[in-house]
Design a protein around this ligand. Structure first.
Ligand code: SF4
Length: 448
């Protein structure tokens, strides 16, 4: 069970030295009890206290790493039930299933699709993170052959090996020793052998239970067999069951500190119907799954799930912003269009993306509006004529521009054009389109 703040306080040095960033040891103890601090922030804690507090200060959901190197995905470490309480920490990994019955050409096609799945959205790289090789053939030889192919053709991609056969597990794991793989498929009848192979390859063990009760039993048995890193599956497959079980697991781990379910959840969302699969995967992403396995990749499906995942795992307390400065898009000459917008990341990336689409080199001034979009910033008094004029004057941009000093403002703040002109002597203020998607036509018409 978790220790209370007072119980933790009794184990701390009680010198109130503030090295942990808290005013007193009691305040630090309370933060630890709420899992809002980490024990290593106190440099003077004794070895004995460390051992006793280790469990209390450990995250309620064990941190696990899927894969290695640049493409490794961190999972677990979550501390809250609801995003608004603090934030969700590690975005769920998306995996695509690859049957070991697939032809070499189909397997290669899927590998290429995974490797080419990365997109840049609001400055973050989003992609399909892993391949889940499934032992549909039931043949250890075929399973190993597919594992070997993936290991050779996509060595950087994280892998989930899904089989209930210890022989197939042993054969395939040879190609993923020490590579952060997940060996999924440990159940009541194969647990000891699967645990042994996972340990030998330093892989995470995926527990495949048929109910929540069985899940809890199996993780305890795996732990007793020396397995520390696990991902868990209660057997839920319907959307309603996934939401129910994942919620019960998260609640038990976080509120009751039930260690036997304190592991990242893996969910198999595969369906014949792509739309239904996307909806089931969305429910799993929104409700606590750490790995979601899909049956296939489709551009529209990937984009929908990437965006949902990104939105859910964005810290709600930190506005997404870009730096205030004047950005060059392409190689703008002195007469190139000069525009202004706010520093909300989504605004910046959408506007700059549309300018790129226009193929018209331009300058884009980004004013610090504390991460608010254009209309909100204007309404909040953070995107005003005075602020815009001051920014433009202090930026030194005048020296870079040719004879015509023209600033294009977003159509939504057309009302500001007169007052900006009053404050920026010698400048012409032009009202641009209201929506960013109007920019390509607007810019092209100016250079035509
Ligand atoms: S660093 Fe340790 S000893 Fe110092 S105030 Fe924090 S908890 Fe207390």
């Amino acid at each position: 069970m978790a220790l209370t703040g007072v119980e933790i306080f009794k184990l701390l040095p009680k010198t109130n030295c503030k090295k942990c960033g808290q005013p007193t040891c009691l305040a630090f103890a309370m933060k630890l009890a709420q899992r809002q601090a980490s024990l290593d922030q106190c440099p003077d804690v004794s070895a004995e206290a460390k051992q006793k507090l280790g469990e209390a200060s450990a995250p309620p959901i064990r941190p696990i790493k899927l894969g290695t190197g640049d493409r490794a995905v961190k999972m677990g470490e979550e501390t809250v039930l609801f995003r608004h309480e603090k934030k969700f920490v590690n975005p769920c990994a998306l995996a695509v299933a690859m049957k070991d019955t697939a032809s070499g050409a189909d397997a290669q096609k899927l590998i290429d699709a995974v490797l080419g799945s990365e997109i840049d959205r609001v400055g973050q790289k989003l992609r399909i993170d892993a391949i889940a090789i499934t032992n549909d053939s039931g043949d250890p030889g075929k399973f190993e052959a597919m594992a070997k192919l993936v290991a050779e053709k996509a060595p950087a991609v994280a892998v989930i090996l899904s089989t209930t056969s210890p022989d197939a597990a042993e054969a395939a794991l040879k190609h993923f020793s020490n590579k952060g793989a997940v060996l999924y498929g440990a159940n009541a009848s194969n647990l000891d052998a699967m645990a042994a192979w996972a340990k030998a390859a330093k892989a995470t063990l995926g527990i495949a239970a048929a109910s929540l009760d069985e899940l809890s039993d199996l993780t305890e048995k795996a732990k007793a067999a020396g397995v520390e890193d696990m991902v868990i599956d209660s057997g839920a497959r319907k959307a309603g069951e996934i939401i129910r079980d994942n919620t019960l697991i998260r609640r038990a781990a976080i509120k009751k500190n039930v260690k036997s379910v304190g592991y990242p959840v893996i969910t198999f969302a595969m369906r014949d119907d792509n739309m239904l699969e996307t909806l089931v995967a969305s429910a799993a992403i929104a409700k606590y799954s750490s790995i979601v396995v899909l049956s296939s990749m489709e551009k529209w499906k990937d984009l929908a799930l990437f965006s949902l995942r990104q939105n859910i795992y964005t810290d709600p307390q930190v506005p997404m912003q870009v730096e205030q400065k004047i950005y060059k898009i392409g190689e703008p000459g002195p007469e190139a269009p000069f525009m202004i917008t706010t520093n909300f990341s989504l605004t910046y990336f959408i506007v700059s993306g549309e300018i790129e689409n226009s193929k018209v080199p331009a300058r884009l001034a980004v004013l610090d509006s504390e991460g608010l979009s254009v209309l909100t910033a204007w309404a909040a008094g953070k995107f005003t004529a005075s602020k815009i004029a001051q920014f433009i004057k202090e930026s030194g941009i005048e020296g870079e521009l040719g004879g015509t000093k023209e600033l294009i403002i977003p159509g939504y703040v057309a009302i500001l054009s007169g007052s900006i002109e009053d404050k920026l002597e010698g400048w012409k203020i032009t009202v641009g389109p209201r929506e960013a998607n109007g920019l390509p036509a607007f810019l092209k018409s100016r250079v035509a």
